[in-house]
Design a binder for this molecule. Structure first.
Ligand code: ZN
Length: 491
C-alpha cells in the first residue's frame, strides 16, 4: 500500500489554478495534475471557513455531526463567543489567552463532537499510522504538552494550558510537537517573526524531514496557510501568490532523484478548504449589521452582559450567525434582512424544517430531510415553495434535484443550522459583499469568504500517483475524501 500525503492549500481556487497553468507559473501543481486526475468543481463545506471545513475533512461529516459551527460562533453553555482566531482585531477584547486556548485546546478536545471519529483515530484503530502538520483539527489518541515560547507565555500571563491531542506524528509549528528521531533542527521559519512555524516553509521542511529519515506515517496531512492570507489582501495577484506556494511544492519534489519517483512512491491529494470572492472597493460593500439592526441590543466580544441583550452576532466574513437572546428577536432580524438586497440567503429552522428567504428575491421556501426528492449525492428531501430562491431545478419528473448557484445546498445549509440545537438565523452575503460588525476584519477591495455561494464553495481536487486507487468521484465533495483515504489505506 502506498503512503498518502495530503496538501491542504488554504483558499486554493480552480480558476486561479487554471490561469496559472496557462501562464506556466505552477510547474509542481502541473506535474501532479499530469500524473493523476483533476476535478475543477469539488464542493466544500458551509460555512466556508477553515475551522468548520477542516473538521469536516477529518471527520467526513458536515457540522450537524461534528459540531464545529464555524470559525466564530456563540456557545450558550459557556455564555461567550468562541473565536478560533481570525485576524488580530478580536484578540484585543477577547484576550489572546482565550483565542489561543480555543484554537489549540478547545476546538479539538472540547467542541469537536465525541460522536464522530477523526481520520487519525480511525486509522489508528485500523493499525495504521498518521501525522498532522499544522492543521488546526488534529484530535487523536496521543496527548502532548504545549511548549509555548516565552513571549506567548508572557502575553497569556503564564496561564496553564491543558494538554492537546493529536496523531503519532504531530506538530503545530514549534508550539507543540511529537518526539521525532532524529529531531527536526531549528530554523528561522520557526521564529516569532514567522508565526512560530505556522507557515508554508516550515510545513514542507517538516514533511521533507519525515521522508528523509523514513519516519513518514501511512497518512500525513500538511496544511499550507499563506495563500489565504495573501489572497485576502491582493485578490488581483492571486496567480503570483499561488506560484509562491508552488515553489514550496517544487522544493519538496526536488528531494527525490526525479519528480516521477515521488509519484511512484506516494499517493498525493491536493485540494483547498474554500474559495474567495472579491469584495467591491466602496464602503457599501460592507453590510453593516449594527446599522441594519439598529435599535436592537447587540452583544460583542468580551461583553460581560452577554445573554441579556437582544442578539449575539457571530460574523464569519460572508456569512453570519445571529442568535436571538429574547423571544421573537429572530423574527425582527428576518423582517429587516428581507429588505436588504445585499443579503443572499436568510435561513432558520423550525422543528425539522429549514426555512429560507432572501433579501434579493421575494418568496419563501422550506425543506427537510426524508421525502420524495433525491439529490445527486443520494440524500432524500422534501421541498416546498419558491425553488428559485435556492436556484434548484427538478429533473426526472420531479424526483431528482439539481443544484445551481449554491452547490449541495440542502445538506450544507442543514449542516450549519443543526450544528447547534438553539435557535439562530443564518445570513449569507451576495457576491461582492461581506458583513461588517464590531471587531470583525473586513476586506474592501480584497478577498473574503464564508458564504454558501458557488464562488466561495468550489475547490480544485488533484489526486496523483494513485493509478491503482483512482476514485470514482463524479461530483466530488470534500466530505467524501475521508472515506476515499480509508479505502486506499485499509482495504
Ligand atoms: Zn481566509
Amino acid at each position: 500500500v502506498k503512503k498518502v500525503i495530503f496538501f491542504m492549500i488554504d483558499s486554493f481556487m480552480p480558476d486561479v489554478l487554471e490561469k496559472c497553468l496557462k501562464e506556466g507559473k505552477v510547474p509542481a501543481l502541473a506535474f501532479f495534475m499530469k500524473k493523476g486526475m483533476y476535478w475543477n468543481e469539488c464542493t466544500t463545506v458551509f460555512p466556508t471557513m477553515t475551522a468548520s471545513v477542516d473538521c469536516s475533512l477529518i471527520t467526513g461529516e458536515y457540522p450537524d455531526k461534528h459540531k464545529i459551527p464555524a470559525l466564530i460562533w456563540y456557545s450558550p453553555e459557556e455564555k461567550r463567543i468562541i473565536n478560533y482566531i481570525n485576524g488580530g482585531l478580536p484578540l484585543l477584547p477577547m484576550g489572546i489567552t482565550n483565542c489561543a486556548k480555543n484554537v489549540l485546546c478547545a476546538l479539538n478536545d472540547e467542541h469537536l463532537s465525541k460522536e464522530v471519529k477523526t481520520i487519525f483515530e480511525t486509522l489508528e484503530d485500523q493499525g495504521r499510522t498518521s501525522g498532522s502538520i499544522n492543521l488546526i483539527a488534529h484530535r487523536s489518541y496521543h496527548k502532548y504538552k504545549l511548549k509555548l515560547p516565552f513571549l506567548l507565555r508572557l502575553a497569556t500571563r503564564f496561564t496553564p494550558f491543558n494538554d492537546v491531542t493529536g496523531p503519532e506524528i504531530f506538530t503545530m509549528g514549534s508550539l507543540v510537537r511529537s518526539k521525532l528521531n532524529p529531531p527536526l533542527p531549528w530554523s528561522w521559519d520557526e521564529s516569532l517573526f514567522r508565526y512560530y512555524g505556522l507557515n508554508d516553509a516550515f510545513a514542507v521542511r517538516f514533511l521533507t524531514h519525515l521522508i528523509r529519515y523514513q519516519i513518514l506515517p501511512d497518512f500525513t496531512m500538511v496544511y499550507l496557510p499563506e495563500n489565504d492570507h495573501q489572497v485576502h489582501l491582493h485578490p488581483e495577484r492571486a496567480c503570483e501568490i499561488l506560484a509562491k506556494v508552488d515553489t514550496h511544492l517544487q522544493k519538496f519534489l526536488n528531494q527525490f532523484s526525479s519528480w516521477d519517483e515521488a509519484v511512484e512512491q506516494y499517493l498525493f491529494i491536493l485540494t483547498g478548504d474554500h474559495g474567495q470572492t472579491t469584495i467591491g472597493k466602496s464602503e457599501n460593500h460592507n453590510i453593516d449589521l449594527e446599522g441594519l439592526l439598529t435599535g436592537m441590543q447587540i452583544a460583542t466580544y468580551g461583553d460581560k452582559t452577554i445573554g441579556k441583550n437582544d442578539l449575539v452576532i457571530a460574523n464569519n466574513e460572508r456569512m453570519t450567525y445571529i442568535y436571538p437572546m429574547k423571544p421573537h428577536a429572530d423574527d425582527e432580524v428576518i423582517a429587516r434582512c428581507k429588505k436588504e438586497p445585499r443579503i443572499d440567503l436568510i435561513a432558520w429552522k423550525e422543528s425539522d424544517w429549514v426555512h429560507v428567504c432572501s433579501g434579493k428575491l421575494p418568496g419563501m421556501c422550506r425543506f427537510r430531510r426524508g421525502g420524495e426528492i433525491r439529490d445527486i449525492y443520494g440524500a432524500d428531501w422534501a421541498v416546498e415553495g419558491d425553488l428559485q430562491l435556492l436556484d434548484l431545478s427538478l429533473e426526472s419528473e420531479g424526483q431528482t434535484v439539481r443544484f445551481g448557484e449554491f452547490p449541495d445546498v440542502f445538506s450544507r445549509l442543514y449542516g450549519a443550522l443543526y450544528s447547534q440545537d438553539i435557535p439562530f438565523v443564518v445570513l449569507t452575503a451576495a457576491p461582492g459583499y461581506e458583513f461588517k460588525s464590531a471587531y470583525a476584519p473586513t476586506h474592501l477591495g480584497g478577498g473574503s469568504h464564508g458564504s454558501i455561494h458557488i464562488k466561495d464553495s468550489t475547490i480544485p481536487l488533484i489526486i496523483s500517483g494513485g493509478n491503482d486507487h483512482l476514485p470514482a468521484f463524479k461530483e466530488p465533495r470534500l466530505v467524501d475524501l475521508k472515506g476515499y483515504i480509508l479505502q486506499v489505506l485499509c482495504n
